[in-house]
Every structure is written in C-alpha cells, then in structure tokens.
Design a protein around this ligand. Structure first.
Ligand code: F6R
Length: 613
C-alpha cells in the first residue's frame, strides 16, 4: 500500500506535494519521491522533469528537496510501501522511461511485469520494480498522445493499479487511471489535485470525484475529463467531503483497528493475487528459493512466531500436515531460542512476523540458521530485519497495520501459509482436483468475508450485552482452536477483560469449573468434521448455565436450540474456516473495547513492534 499525490494549477507544486505525502505517510513509509515539470527555457518553452527521491520517512525527502530549486506548478509524488524490490532509492517512485520525459507514480501490483520487461530488451531499467516496467511500457506506446499511450499500455497489463503519469511535453495535463487501487481527484478553482485518498487535498478543497475501476482521467488546470473502459467521455458526480484530516486517513472509520478489520477482503486479495493457479490447482510463491527436490526432501516444518502470529502459525500447522503430510510444530519464538531445538538439514523453519522486527522471532531465526535449517520469512514489513536475515520467503501484502492489535496481518499470514501448504502438497499427495477445489474456495473468500463484516451491527449489539462481564471463555476444536485463542487474545488486549481459550474437548479436564452464569462462553461450532463433538461440548457448557454466543454455519438450524445469541458465517472448506471465523471475534473484541472507553488503537502496556526480549 503506497500513497500518491499530484497537483496541476498555478501554485508552486512542491509544498503541496510534500504536505500531501505527510498526510499519506500512514499508508507506507519506507521511501518517497517527487517529480516536478520545470520550465527550463521560457522562450523556447523547453520543459524538463526534475525528480528527488529519499529512503526513509517524508522528513528525509523534505530535507533533501530544501537545497534544490524545484520550481514548477505541475508535479506528482509518492510514498512507498515496498512490494517489489528492496527499500533503496532506485526503487522509490516516481519512475521514468528511457528518455527522462515520462514519469509515473503507481500503487498496486503489475503481475506480468517480468513478461513485459522481457519484451522491452531495448529499454534500460534502473530499478527492480514493476512500476518502472509500466513507465517504459507507456513510453513505448507514446506517439504524441499521452492518454492514448497510457490506455494502450494498460491493455497489456495484468494486475492492479492506481497511477498518475506526467510528460515533459505535456505540461498542461496529468493522466490518471485506476484498477483496484483508489484515486480521488480534488476539484479546485483553476487547479486540480489527485491522490490515493482525500487527505492531501482537504486543506485546499472538499469537492472531490472518486475514480472507479477502469476509468481514465485527463486532468488539466481548468478541467477534468473522465473516460470509461470503452473510451467514452462520462459525467461524474462531484462529492463534498465532510471528514477532517484524521478521519480521512481512517477512511471514515472511527479508528485504525476498525478500518483494518474492514480492509481484510481487499488485502486478502492482495496476498493471493498472482500467486494461485486454478488450472494447475496450485500456488506459486517464488520467494521460497527452493527447488522442487529440496521441497520434497523436507521432513519437518517448524513455525516460529509470537502472539497473534503464533496463532496464525497454529492454523498453518493444520494446513501443512493435512495437505503436505509434513510433521509441523509451532513454537513461541521466545521458547524456541532457548530450548536447544532439534534441527536438521531437512528442517524448514518459517519465521512469521507482521513487523519483521520482533526481537524474539529474530533471535529464533538466527538460532535456526546457526543450526543449518532452511529459514524463510512470512513477513509484512518489506525490508524489515527478519525479511533481510531469512534466505527467502514471502511478503503477506497486508499494507501498513497501524492499530497495535493485529487483525489483517493475521488473516494474510494464514492465507500465505495455506498457499505454501498447497504448493508443498501438490508436489506430494494433493491431487489436481483437490488443489483446484482449494484455489476456487480461496478465490471466494473475499466475498464471504464481506458477508461476515456486514454483520457488524449485530456483533455490536452482542458486545453491548456482554461488555460488563469480567471473564469470558473462548472454545473451538481442530482448526478453530487457534481461532478461539486469537479471539481471546483480541478481547484481553484491547478491552482488558480476562479471557481464556481452550479446545472444546479439554474443558471437562478442568476449566469447566470456572463456568457460571457470570462467565459467558464464545464457542465456534461450524459445520466441519468436529461439529458433533463440539456440539456435545457446548451442551456441557450450557448445563453449567454459562451464557453462550455461538458462531455457526449459515443454515444450521440447530444452533438456535443451543444458544440465544448466534452469529452465522458462510460455509467454506474446513482448512479455510479461520479466514472467516476470526473476523466476528475481532469485531466483538473491538466493539466491547470501544463501549468500555478503551483506546483501541493504542491499548495500555503494549507496543506495535516488540524489539526487546
Ligand atoms: C496481538 C499482537 C501481538 C503480535 C506479536 C508479534 O494483537 O499484535 O501479539 O502479534 O507481538 O508481532 P509481529 O507479528 O510483528 O512479530
């Protein structure tokens, strides 16, 4: 997830662009850059584009541009959250074509960028990014008409984009296009703005136009023309934004956690895009850096992580064992590092971390490497220490997660581990038909997640009903036991209510003694192979008069007989259940915490990145 800003008008562009980037810094913050059209020679009207880039926060860029005379009233800028290529200046946007006249900023992922690059042998590339390939592609189709060049180039592209293109020979226009990555145009008096969301322009205008997928905009000082997929000029509604800055960053949500919970369908798509192949019924995660033979030789997988990431890992264990038949252990990183773990050259260790900086996980990575394991990362923050110190792995593409309590990163960690399990499984015992069923079911997940999120109000009512309880029990079995653990962690860390989580079958061995009418239970009883077993466990809970919230599969009429409060989730394949079932638990914790007046984005005693032991 990155941020785009563009300006065309009569004011100096630089302060608007830098100010705009600061507003967008929450979207990504590993590097940034700006490009401005400069009138070099007023008489002959020669224009050139000047660009400055810097690694690090926007302040680094602001410092760097101070000494340059970046005068000009047309420009584009970008703050990057790396997806392709490391965090270095060359990979920061804007990216140029060969002749230095065409420049682009882009959000999204160009899936076929390698193929496209292969075909442009006569072009010189200076970065590792998919975006630079797009700049060259547009340049190769340019013949005096910038909009036409963008349209033609985009017809060859597979993937997603929100992009703005600028050309030295067209100082009177910016061309923008959207497919899957948001863009907003700000309407001023003889000036226009464009950005990934409305925050950079709120200081100047509240009148905006939202580009839709497939639309292309021709933005000039004195007007904006929007074309649809069929290249027809269309009329768009101008909307009035009522948000202030902070509300706009949160895209209208009350806080980052709620926004990030609702981001999940979109970022899940980002995680699997270009990585699954329905025809072959498999997944391809190139970053693994292992040959098929090396993959087949793996005898044991160890998943090391902390907190929420460790619960994602527990889901991963089920997937690896069931699909790939490889014995898999989950270890808290803080335990692993001191346990003298048994590691052989046939052990594959995955370190799972949102921040990529967690000290315990990092130390465990170093220990596993020392002992000769294959060590790979499943990480969100690009260029983070764990990403750099592992010998490969996969970014989960969840985008910046700003709320301290992890939500969307968990979902994408689970997604990536399922993809890995399919990839290993297809080399071993998973049939083409099973692989295809899994991929089909994965592709249906975003829509089903949306159906779960639509129940927000109902879950809020349940939070209202249970918010004053002092304790809560979470129960699940099989692949839903880690879901119960995650639900219980979310509730305790943001609401400060005491919560426990157990496998349903374990209750009778002790914890059931806790239950009473004052100690409610949140139980996951979806239609999978353990349904009947879980049902009996819930009967036991009911007999102890613990009030029950039940998570059940849509159409399960028996659920109402067991519990007064039921949340229904769509059916999916058993291995994918956590991708849906965790969401209502996140929402329940969130609403409970808000009702208790907690600071949900910054709960007490916690930090987003735990870089100490
Ligand atoms: C819980 C939470 C923490 C983290 C844990 C690991 O909501 O956020 O439990 O999951 O500290 O952090 P990362 O994934 O950054 O290694």
């Amino acid at each position: 997830m990155c941020g785009i800003v563009g300006y065309i008008g009569n004011k100096q562009a630089l302060p608007i662009l830098i100010g705009g980037l600061r507003r967008l810094e929450y979207r990504g913050y590993d590097s940034a850059g700006v490009a401005i059209i400069k009138i070099q020679d007023t008489d002959s009207k020669i224009q050139m584009i000047e660009s400055v880039k810097a690694v690090g926060k926007i302040d680094m860029l602001a410092d760097k541009v101070k000494d340059k005379k970046l005068d000009g009233t047309v420009g584009i800028a970008h703050t990057r959250w790396a997806t392709h290529g490391g965090v270095i200046e060359q990979n920061a946007h804007p990216h140029f074509g060969c002749d230095g006249k065409l420049v682009i900023v882009h959000n999204g992922i160009i899936e076929n960028y390698r193929e496209l690059k292969e075909k442009m042998k006569d072009h010189k590339f200076v970065s590792e990014t998919d975006t630079e390939v797009l700049a060259h592609l547009i340049e190769s189709h340019y013949d005096g008409d910038l909009k036409l060049a963008v349209e033609t180039a985009l017809s060859h592209v597979r993937g997603t984009y929100g992009l703005v293109v600028m050309h030295a020979d067209h100082p009177e226009e910016l061309i923008a296009a959207r497919l899957g990555s948001p863009l907003v145009i700000g309407m001023g008096e003889n000036e226009h703005y464009i950005a990934s969301d409305a925050t950079p322009m709120l200081a100047y205008t509240k009148k905006v136009m939202f580009l839709e997928d497939g639309e292309i905009a021709e933005i000039k000082k004195d007007g904006v023309k929007i074309y649809n997929l069929k290249d027809e000029l269309i009329t768009k509604h101008i909307e009035e934004i009522e948000w202030n800055d902070e509300q706009a960053q949160k895209q209208g949500y009350e806080n980052f956690m709620l926004k990030e919970i609702h981001d999940q369908p979109t970022v899940f798509e980002d995680a699997i895009r270009g990585r699954v192949n329905l025809e072959e019924g498999t997944a391809h995660l190139g970053g693994l850096n292992m040959t098929d033979d090396e993959m087949r030789s793996i005898e044991r997988i160890v998943l090391i992580a902390c907190g929420t990431a460790s619960y994602a890992a527990m889901v991963g264990k089920y997937a690896f064992e069931r699909l790939a038949g490889i014995p898999t252990e989950v270890d808290y990183a803080s335990e692993f590092r001191y346990r003298d773990p048994i590691i052989t050259d046939k052990t594959l260790v995955f370190a799972i971390s949102q921040s990529g900086e967690t000290a315990d996980t990092l130390a465990a990575v170093r220990e596993a490497k020392r002992k000769g394991a294959f060590v790979r990362g499943i990480v969100n923050v690009v260029g983070s220490t764990i990403a750099r110190e592992t010998d490969g792995g996969t970014y989960i593409h969840a985008g910046p997660e700003l709320a301290v309590a992890s939500t969307k990163a968990y979902t994408n960690m689970v997604a990536i581990m399922i993809l890995y399990a399919i990839q290993f499984g297809r080399l071993k015992r998973v049939t083409l038909a099973t692989g295809q069923r899994l991929i089909t079911a994965l592709l249906e997940i975003p829509e089903k997640m949306n159906k779960v999120l639509e129940q927000n109000d109902k879950i809020k009512d349940l939070a209202q009903k249970y918010k004053d309880c002092k304790d809560m029990m979470f129960l699940g079995r099989g692949i839903n036991y880690p879901v119960a653990l995650e639900g219980s962690l979310k509730l305790k860390e943001i609401s400060y209510i005491h919560a426990e989580a157990y496998p349903g079958g374990e209750m009778k061995h002790g914890p059931i003694a806790l239950l009473s009418p004052e100690f409610p239970t949140f139980a996951i009883m979806v239609k999978d192979q353990l349904y009947e077993k879980m049902r009996s466990n819930i009967e036991e809970v009911k007999a102890r008069k613990s009030p029950i919230i039940l998570l059940a599969t849509e159409g399960d009429n028996c659920a109402k007989e067991l519990a007064e409060d039921v949340i229904y989730v769509p059916d999916t394949m058993e291995l994918l259940e956590p991708l849906l079932n965790t969401l209502p638990l996140q929402l329940f914790a969130y609403h409970t915490a808000v009702m208790l007046g907690r600071d949900v984005d910054r709960p007490r005693n916690l930090a987003k990145s735990v870089t100490v032991e």
